[in-house]
Design a protein. Structure first.
Length: 211
């Protein structure tokens, strides 16, 4: 579908006004919100994610592509509810207590939204209690914990422990990531998933929901 390709391409270039215009045009031509979302916006963001994984694009390009995607979603949102478009799943994300870095977390959020997830962003300096409480009240599927410092990443163990003490550890999928985090660290603290970059995190989340 030519118009969907145009939406995807404009999104990859970060052309927010064009994306908005094309989404409206696609709807006017009789496409439904789900088709435009998946065939245009999510397709474009998926390509950006893959390029980011391969170091073919960098953080600024991802951010402007995300802005373009959000411009398109604004047009689609009122119709998505009517069309019964369901999120791929619900994710609670935050940078752990004591850590104020958010670029990595924001990139993961963008990639997750690009895959159709609803993401609840708790921001930075998030306590174990806050992760747990939000997971329960929002009835979320996955918890994503981010840290940029070796001194703060050890707090991720407290988050895993909080879920264990509450007795809901088996229901929750806990993902960890950030510059100092490794697969070995993930295994040591008893978290479920580690990925080295934002695009892989979104792919892993989709696998969790599929599996």
């Amino acid at each position: 579908m030519e118009i969907l390709n145009q939406i995807s391409e404009a999104l990859q270039k970060g052309q927010a006004p064009t994306v908005k215009e094309l989404c409206q045009k696609a709807l006017d031509e009789g496409l439904n919100a789900k088709e435009v979302l998946e065939g245009g916006l999510m397709d474009g963001m998926g390509i950006v994610g893959e390029k980011f994984k391969k170091n073919e694009v960098f953080v600024p390009e991802v951010l402007i592509a995300a802005r373009a995607m959000n411009a398109g979603i604004e047009i689609l949102k009122p119709l998505m509810v009517d069309a019964g478009v369901k999120a791929a799943g619900k994710i609670v994300i935050g940078t752990v207590k004591g850590d104020l870095h958010d670029i990595g977390k924001n990139l993961v959020k963008i990639m997750m939204e690009g895959k159709g997830f609803e993401v609840i962003d708790l921001g930075t300096d998030v306590s174990a209690e806050k992760f747990l409480e939000t997971y329960k009240t929002e009835n979320a599927d996955i918890i994503c914990c981010s840290a940029l410092l070796t001194t703060t990443m050890i707090y991720m163990k407290d988050i895993v422990s909080a879920f264990e003490e509450d007795g809901i550890r088996d229901n929750a999928t806990i993902m960890v990531g950030g510059a100092p985090v490794t697969q070995n660290f993930c295994d040591t603290i008893g978290a479920d998933i580690y990925t080295s970059d934002a695009a892989s995190a979104a792919d892993a989340a989709l696998q969790v929901m599929a599996g």
